[in-house]
Ligand binder design. Sequence first.
Ligand code: IPD
Ligand code: CA
Ligand code: CA
Length: 256
Amino acid sequence: MLDNIIEIAREAGKFLKDNEGKISEIKEKGSFTNLVTDIDKGSEALIKNFIQKNFQGHGILAEESGASSPTSEYRWIIDPLDGTTNFTHAFPVYCVSIAVEQKGELVAGAVYDPNFDELFSAEKGGGAYLNGRRLQVTATDKLEKSMLATGFPYDVKSNPFNCIQHFEEFLVKAQAVRCLGSAALDICYVAAGRLDGFWEVNLHPWDTAAAVLITAEAGGQASGFNGEKYSIYQRDIVLSNGMIHDQMLEVIKKNL
Ligand code: IPD
Ligand code: CA
Ligand code: CA
């Protein structure tokens, strides 16, 4: 299963890279900050065709076309282009994210960044890898030594639950806070030990499914804002190397 996920994630990533600067249609999804391009759709079609050809009958949950075959025990969860806003600006931070659930449990996933040719992958119980190298989260145990990342919801202007309070407080309590514009890569960077933690308020299953499995397999921890066990079907997430998780939750809970 993982080999197939990797094969199509690489193919879709190459499609994105080949089409950078060649967007012919940009549409707004409800807000001028939430975009979809013909390239998002092309990447999604490529991935879905692959699944329909090789895994007939499997369920699919894809960002741009929704859910299908809900009765199958397998479900592919697809973000064909995570970081669309970056992509439309030719800002080279975006990726493809594909995960598979079996009976509701994440069993395999890959995130492919075609700009750095970096392939993050994991199978449940098998560890996490970056281009074949085993991943391990950091051992940073103090918030003031940590580097964190976050992102803001598309409705940041109207949504009172918008992360700005958290951002302000983490900015002064952590060593640094980054905002890359691709939640899947942010999370994989925690797995790779490039970041110590991440939080965000308004995510979807396709943003997090593959990367959360990868981070768990690299020894990381994920929860909701109240510290409850994280589900990809909830919108809020706190993710870390485990060591700073409670310190992050303290800041998060104070500003709920
Ligand atoms: C977005 C990115 C961004 C995050 C947004 C997501 P998209 O995904 O992951 O970093 O802040 O909440 O929706 O729309 O580029 O696939
Ligand atoms: Ca996304
Ligand atoms: Ca997307």
